[in-house]
Design a protein around this ligand. Structure first.
Ligand SMILES: [Zn+2]
Length: 75
C-alpha cells in the first residue's frame, strides 16, 4: 500500500517499535510486525497486532513499572 504520511513510499512487511504512553507510563514494544514505509519509515500496525500489543501493555502495567521495554510476543 502507499504511505499516507509521505505519499511517496510503498509499505513493506517488516518489524517496528510500538510505543504506548499510558497514565504517565511508557511502554515500548520491539519487533512488532508492521507494514513499514520504505521512504519515511512510518509503521502501520493492523488491528489484530494492536490488540495483542495492548494486551501485553496491560500485563506490564499490572506489574507497576513506569517504563518497560518489551519484546512483542505473538498471541
Ligand atoms: Zn512514508
Amino acid at each position: 500500500m502507499k504511505c499516507v504520511i509521505c505519499k511517496a513510499g510503498e509499505t513493506k512487511a517488516d518489524r517496528a517499535t510500538f510505543t504506548v504512553d499510558r497514565g504517565g507510563h511508557t511502554y515500548v514494544l520491539r519487533e512488532v510486525p508492521a507494514l513499514v514505509c520504505q521512504q519515511c519509515g512510518e509503521p502501520y500496525f493492523d488491528a489484530e497486532v494492536t490488540k495483542q500489543v495492548l494486551a501485553q501493555v496491560e500485563q506490564a502495567s499490572r506489574s507497576g513499572v513506569d517504563v518497560a521495554v518489551l519484546k512483542f510476543k505473538a498471541a
